[in-house]
Design a binder for this molecule. Structure first.
Ligand SMILES: Cc1cc2nc3c(=O)[nH]c(=O)nc-3n(C[C@H](O)[C@H](O)[C@H](O)COP(=O)(O)OP(=O)(O)OC[C@H]3O[C@@H](n4cnc5c(N)ncnc54)[C@H](O)[C@@H]3O)c2cc1C
Length: 461
């Protein structure tokens, strides 16, 4: 018997696990395990499953449940410690475990423990453009910067990106799990329909339709490079990340759809830029596999520890309640809390403010995003936070600088009509760009709006 353990590969298309299950033609159980510790709060009050994230995940599972049901296969959803549950099951009924290879150290540990318990594990890559054999030639030594990675990727291995495969048709018996565990999901499962921000609902079908709509119907890709830094709307960038993060879409499927688009409409700076962003994702994925635990340590990839700053719990509380007194930051935090999503530009601004202005530990910021983001992807999230904090792959990291954003300049450049702030902060609905910049600089205060908890030197009037 095979047990197919799904994690961030919630789809049927381009799936080596389902292909293997089909070829083996033996009885099959398909399982998703919601790890118990995702719902447990840590010492900072954070868990790993905010309401928007839980909504998105549940929609992914419902969609997959339907798709498998049509093939007479039941998707089992368990809740608990994955290693403990799989071992218990194996003791009652031996099986071969099919699952995707580990990305983060935590998953690597799970797989090692299962193998130590003599469970036969078959692993494969489902999250990246290339599998580990095909990418190996450019990873030794690991490229220190994205530009080096990209050059080597495009020169030596790009031709190995395989075409995505079609969904399989399963014909074997579905096996039951010999016990049940019920997941204590948060009880609000209405998809977010707040009128602002991302409107994505989870699932493979939704992912495929959104890809089709973004590329072919609405042709958002035609202006990607020009609009990708905007803060509001549905087409300024692809908004494919939630589907990629949970594996509702295979990244090879996205890549080859862009190639197909280029064959029809011609390659241009927009389509090339979008494919390049997929290479950023690829870079962070292989970096996490290579650097493992180091990416979760305060010093990140540096070989010395940067100065440790005192934790300011007042600043941390203000961040969690979106009351930093900086309208641009608070608007971003409110969007993140309500929708579980933010544009790349706002993620950078928020992370820079958290680390370089509030002086908080970058790993706490990364954990906060991990809890909130519907597109949480361990490698991209921790890789980007380390980069912004100056301990990751940024070439500037070597002198410990990191990426420091002047918020008033960012506001002027990316939200000159303050539309994003008006959308998310009702208290600032009538404020002009000038009012907000002065407030953020500690000058004239907006009526009814708290003063900044911290004033950056570069922002002061
Ligand atoms: C502090 C911080 C945290 C982040 N956390 C995550 C995360 O948890 N999950 C995540 O998918 N992305 C993360 N990103 C990267 C980026 O912000 C998002 O991928 C992007 O905003 C998603 O929107 P989109 O799909 O419209 O992207 P597009 O601009 O349309 O890009 C297409 C795809 O390329 C990939 N991509 C784009 N930019 C990056 C990048 N900088 N790093 C890695 N991959 C990228 C994503 O898969 C994205 O869906 C983070 C960035 C920062 C600065």
């Amino acid at each position: 018997m095979n047990v197919l353990w799904l994690r961030n590969d919630l789809r049927l298309h381009d799936h080596p696990g389902f292909q293997r299950a089909q070829a083996d033609a033996c009885p099959l159980s398909v399982v998703y395990i919601l790890p118990q510790h995702w719902l447990e709060k840590d010492e900072h009050g954070l868990n790993r499953l905010s309401l928007p994230k839980a909504r998105f995940l549940r929609a992914c599972l419902i969609d997959l449940h339907r798709a498998l049901y049509l093939q007479n296969i039941q998707l089992h959803i368990l809740y608990g410690d994955p290693v403990e549950l799989l071992q218990r099951w194996h003791r009652q009924h031996a099986f071969t475990l099919l699952t995707h290879s580990a990305q983060a150290p935590e998953e690597r540990q799970w797989l090692a423990q299962l193998q130590q318990a003599h469970i036969e594990c078959v692993t494969y890559d489902t999250q990246t453009l290339l599998n580990h054999t095909d990418i190996a030639p450019i990873l030794e030594p690991f490229p220190a910067t994205f530009n080096r990675f990209r050059r080597a990727f495009e020169r030596d291995v790009i031709q190995h990106i395989q075409k995505p495969t079609a969904p399989v048709v399963l014909t074997q018996h579905s096996q039951d799990v010999p016990f049940i565990t019920s997941a204590p999901w948060p009880n609000d499962f209405h998809p977010y329909r707040g009128g602002a921000g991302i409107q994505a609902t989870g699932g493979e079908q939704n992912g495929l339709s959104w890809l089709n709509r973004y590329l072919w119907q609405d042709r958002g890709i035609a202006h990607y490079k020009t609009t990708r830094n905007q803060l509001l709307g549905t087409h300024y960038a692809s908004q494919l990340s939630p589907y990629l993060a949970w594996g509702c879409l295979s990244v090879r499927q996205v890549w080859y759809e862009i190639v197909r688009y280029e064959q029809q409409f011609g390659m241009d700076e927009h389509s090339e830029w979008l494919r390049m962003e997929l290479l950023w994702r690829e870079f962070f994925h292989w970096s996490m596999r290579h650097h493992a635990d180091r990416l979760f340590q305060y010093q990140g990839l540096l070989d010395h520890t940067p100065p440790v700053r005192q934790h300011n719990s007042g600043y941390w509380q203000a961040w969690c309640t979106a009351e930093t007194g900086m309208p641009m930051i608070d608007a971003g935090l409110l969007e993140l809390q309500h929708t579980g999503f933010l544009s790349n530009r706002l993620r950078q601004i928020l992370a820079s403010y958290f680390v370089h202005e509030l002086g908080l530990d970058w790993r706490l910021g990364a954990r906060y995003f991990e809890q909130q983001l519907i597109d949480f992807d361990v490698a991209s999230n921790w890789g980007n936070w380390a980069y912004l904090a100056g301990v990751g792959h940024d070439p500037r990291s070597q002198n410990g600088e990191g990426r420091y954003f002047n918020i008033n300049k960012q506001l002027q450049q990316y939200d000159p009509d303050v539309r994003h702030i008006h959308t998310w902060l009702t208290k600032c609905q009538y404020a002009t760009l000038d009012d907000i910049q002065r407030h953020q600089a500690g000058g004239s205060e907006l009526a009814d709006y708290p003063s900044p908890i911290h004033l950056a030197t570069s922002n002061r009037v």
